[in-house]
Every structure is written in structure tokens, then in C-alpha cells.
Design a protein around this ligand. Structure first.
Ligand SMILES: [Zn+2]
Length: 307
């Protein structure tokens, strides 16, 4: 049986990391953990996530009723509970307003894919859900169409929500996403974003499958798609108000094995958007990068198993 006090302590620790990273201003953000199919630990409302004590954590049921705790539960509990109802394979959820990812939420700019190995391995395509007033069931329901195909979601004009088996894992995906959004903005300001070739992207997706991480892009329905140009969630873009404005679409890929396929990354100039072949990328660099990711994942899994 799990130790509820230890999990409350972990929620406090992750709350401090959220606050120190600037992901949750004032009393923003909330964290939950599902103890069993009837009880969920939940951070309190109107309380900074940077200064939580285990005693501050509430206990609620699957309808959002408070079962224990001297402080009132977060008003965003319904969002968390809806995600738990849709995903019985995860136990913790982190919601916050990290500035770089939230900038994409406000601009309603889709997250470009095929740029950074960590993002392809750990996140995959990141959806943006429709805006609704926070705290309502209608808001909680916006997550339903995408919740099975992702582990982190951008909430339009609001923030992010991510989930995992542990509190720390649920937090990781938010941190990976916000760092990525920041890097994208910096690279764009330098004038150019380089995208992987199809072969480079397929190698990452194969690695991901080997490690046992699910990715809808590896499944039948995406088999013959241009893997970088076809965002898994593009069908929802019109209704959500999402449109590519700040970043060009990745260039259409040449099929793997095509004789004239360029080696290395394909560059897209921001000024006119015409595909430009970049200098050949060193294959050794790519392999070293994949090795680095492997080492990190193994370390993370060992770390998780030791808890
Ligand atoms: Zn919020």
C-alpha cells in the first residue's frame, strides 16, 4: 500500500519546483495524485505552490467532493478528475501556466514537430484544446478528444496540463514542453528553424517504440503520412482557432530511400519559407544525441523504480 504522507510530501516538492521555475505565479497551478479509484489528493485553492506543507493537501472523491483537509480543494479539480476517468494508466496530473508554452496557447500557434529529439521521444505531437471558462465541467470536457493520444496538452489562452504515473513524471512533460517552446522562440529570432528529414524522424520514432513509449505516429492510421507535416491534431485546429502564423510548416518530406533525398536536416528560411538544403549533418552527432537520450531515460526509469 502506498504511503499517502510520502506522496503529499512529493506534491509539495514538485509544487516548489513549479513555483521556482516561474510556471505558477501567485497561487496559480494545481497538482493531484490518484490514491485509488475513490480518492484523489489535491492541492488547495488560494495557496502558493511554492510554499505547500503536507497538511495543506486535500483529499477529494471522484466527483470533486472534499473528503478531508483543512483547506478548500483547487477549483480545477474537475479537469484532473476528467483526465483520471479517461486514463486509468496514470496516477498524477500537473496543471500550471508556464510562460513559453502559454505564449503558444495565447497565440494559438501549433507546436512544430521534428525539431528536437527529446520532444519527439518524450512528448510527440502536442495538442491545443478549445478555450472554455476554467473551473467548469465544460472546460474539463475539452480534454476528452485528445487525452488518449498525448501526455501533455496546451489549454488555449490558459496554460498546460500533463500527466504520468508519478507526480515527478507528470511534471517532467511540462518542463520539457516549456523549455522547447522557449528554444523555438530563440531559434526563430535567429532566423531559421531546421527540421529533421523523414529518415531522422523515423529513427527517433523507432527508438521511442523500442523503449516502450507509445506514440500514435507509430500506429496504423499515421503509417503513410508525411510524419512531420501532418500534425496528429490538425483536424481540431479550425474549431480551436489554431493556425500556423509564427512558424512555417515543416517542408514536405521526400520518401525514405528517394535517390535525391538530402543528407542531414532540411532548412526552412523564415523570410520566404522556401525549402533550402542545409549543410550535411554529422551522423555521429545524431548517434551521440540518441545515446544521450537513452542514458537519461534509463537513469530516469531507475530513479523512478528506486522510489
Ligand atoms: Zn489554470
Amino acid at each position: 500500500m502506498q504511503n499517502a504522507h510520502r506522496i503529499k510530501q512529493e506534491i509539495c516538492d514538485i509544487g516548489r519546483r513549479l513555483y521556482n521555475k516561474g510556471f505558477a505565479a501567485a497561487n496559480d497551478g494545481n497538482i493531484t495524485y490518484r490514491l485509488n479509484d475513490r480518492e484523489v489528493l489535491c492541492t488547495p485553492t488560494m495557496h502558493s505552490k511554492g510554499f505547500l506543507k503536507p497538511d495543506d493537501i486535500c483529499l477529494i472523491d471522484m466527483q470533486g467532493n472534499q473528503l478531508a483537509g483543512r483547506k478548500k480543494r483547487s477549483s480545477e479539480a474537475l479537469l484532473h478528475l476528467q483526465i483520471y476517468k479517461e486514463r486509468d494508466d496514470i496516477n498524477s496530473i500537473v496543471h500550471c501556466h508556464p510562460p513559453h508554452a502559454t505564449a503558444f496557447a495565447i497565440a494559438r500557434e501549433p507546436i512544430p514537430q521534428c525539431v528536437l529529439p527529446e520532444v519527439e521521444i518524450f512528448l510527440g505531437d502536442v495538442p491545443i484544446t478549445k478555450y472554455e471558462t476554467p473551473g467548469t465541467q465544460k472546460f474539463a470536457d475539452t480534454i476528452i478528444p485528445v487525452v488518449k493520444d498525448s501526455n501533455v496538452v496546451i489549454l488555449a489562452n490558459h496554460g498546460t496540463v500533463s500527466w504520468g504515473e508519478t507526480v515527478e513524471q507528470a511534471y517532467w512533460w511540462t518542463e520539457v514542453l516549456d523549455a522547447y517552446c522557449r528554444m523555438l522562440m530563440l531559434a526563430r529570432d535567429l532566423g531559421k528553424v531546421n527540421y529533421f528529414t523523414e529518415q531522422e524522424e523515423r529513427e527517433l520514432l523507432e527508438t521511442k517504440a523500442k523503449w516502450g513509449f507509445r506514440d500514435p505516429r507509430n500506429e496504423k492510421r499515421m503509417e503513410n503520412c508525411d510524419v512531420c507535416a501532418n500534425d496528429l491534431f490538425r483536424d481540431s485546429w479550425t474549431s480551436v482557432g489554431v493556425e500556423r502564423r509564427a512558424f512555417e510548416a515543416p517542408p514536405t518530406m521526400k520518401r525514405v530511400g528517394a535517390s535525391m533525398a538530402p543528407q542531414g536536416s532540411t532548412g526552412v528560411a523564415r523570410s520566404n519559407g522556401s525549402p533550402v538544403a542545409a549543410a550535411p549533418a554529422a551522423t555521429a552527432d545524431q548517434e551521440a544525441l540518441i545515446q544521450t537520450i537513452t542514458d537519461r531515460v534509463v537513469a530516469a526509469l531507475q530513479n523512478g523504480a528506486a522510489r
